[in-house]
Design a protein around this ligand. Sequence first.
Ligand code: PMP
Length: 432
Amino acid sequence: MTDAHAELTKRHRAVLPEWLSLYYDEPIDVVRGEGRHVWDAEGNRYLDFFGGILTTMTAHALPEVTAAVSEQAGRILHTSTLYLNRPMIELAERVAELSGVEDPRVFFTTSGTEANDTALLLATGYRGSNQVLALRNSYHGRSFSALAVTGNRGWLPTSLSPLRTAYVHATRRRGAPFAGLPDEQFADACVADLEDVLDQLQSNVACLIAEPVQGVGGFATPPDGLLGRFKEVLDRHGVLWISDEVQTGWGRTGEHFWGWQAHGARGAPDIVTFAKGIGNGLSIGGVVARAEIMNSLSANSISTFGGSPVTAAGALANLDYLLAHDLPGNAARTGAVLRAQLDTALGRIPVVADVRGKGLMIGVELARPDGAPAPELAAFVLEETRRNGLLVGKGGLDGNVLRIAPPMSLTEPEAREGAGILLDALEKAGRR
Ligand code: PMP
């Protein structure tokens, strides 16, 4: 660590909250990005397999986004939702058209947390109930209500809650109920569990909020079709389905534009939330809901920064690029290449307990031979890959799952290069 770097780390620790955790023994100071690469302050170059937690959707420093942002910033940075805002209207039309939600209305926020908060406000108000359902191992953000539907102790600073929340199963976790069952029986058990929970509550339940692939939860993935089966049960009880697409949206999973589409043709969610990737680093998120639900709020509202002209213009350019270059298709193709390489670790490197995920959203779970989670090995792999010029993330309830989610413009040679570095690090981890 240089003196300047040590000094910056010290200043971070002195002035920012302790719970704003940092990756790496010597935290990284990223100062520049281009394409799928970033550079730190000392000039080291890294292949980016984490995209700032899936936030860089297309590519770093995408010229089209930079141009749209600077052109709009040169005219006016900000107006108000009390005035007409052309970039926001155009972006809302585009998102509505892509959303798959019936009779869609769109509201923009500045983050995923705020998007989920809004979705919960809509669902509880519409249904006249603060009883909600969420999935175990979930993460939906850091506000009071988003934390109230977060089922992951590592990110849950309070047990106080503005909502009444019951948790149901949809993803496997080592040692958790139903975890050992094959897909179909696992799905049957989860559906029966949901029915049982609804039966036991005997109350008006507002909604179920679910990530189609659990991001912070270590890319834990429900079997395809399960959330569609949940929808049938929810529909019978009039319960709304909120799909949190903050990580899975915009074709990240390769096979579908939205994560929920892997769950059957039983109809779209009532509410979809999004953030992260749409802005390619700009601070924008939002909610798409059926008009009847969106318009059910009885008071006026305003958002000072949600969908501001600059972020909306940048997001539009980003979406245009994504669609024009078929990056969802690329996520499927390069994701398959990456996955095939990483799958070779299964059985060969004993600490690799699972490789999972979809498209360019791949999780590698590390465990000891007795099945105990190995967060220390995940931390080792992070250090080792960084030393060799690759950034990956980690997650999971026990911090033992490596998370791989590069910008969606990843090329095949980059996929192979990154997989090589990662496999080497995993082999070293296997010898520890
Ligand atoms: N939902 C999911 C699925 C997420 O992964 C995150 C962020 N990790 C959020 C919501 C919260 O988004 P933000 O950090 O933009 O508030």
